[in-house]
Design a protein around this ligand. Structure first.
Ligand SMILES: [Zn+2]
Length: 66
């Protein structure tokens, strides 16, 4: 009775898991839309070195912990 109806992350429509190749999305279109959004985010990382940023953050975190 308390089956939680999953919702499409793209359009928030309820999705049937059964026989749905695009689950958790309601359709292939929504799946591709979400994938595109994700890829866009991945590519918006600026050209600056991520290592440098990571080192700075972890140094700061270590200081806070110790
Ligand atoms: Zn959808």
């Amino acid at each position: 009775m308390s089956t939680k109806q999953p919702r499409c992350p793209t359009c928030k429509k309820t999705v049937d898991k059964e026989g749905n190749d695009s689950f958790p999305f309601c359709s292939e279109r929504c799946r591709l839309q979400d994938l595109g959004k994700w890829l866009n985010n991945a590519y918006t990382i600026p050209g600056s070195s991520p290592d440098r940023q990571h080192d700075g953050l972890s140094d700061f975190a270590e200081e806070l912990i110790e």
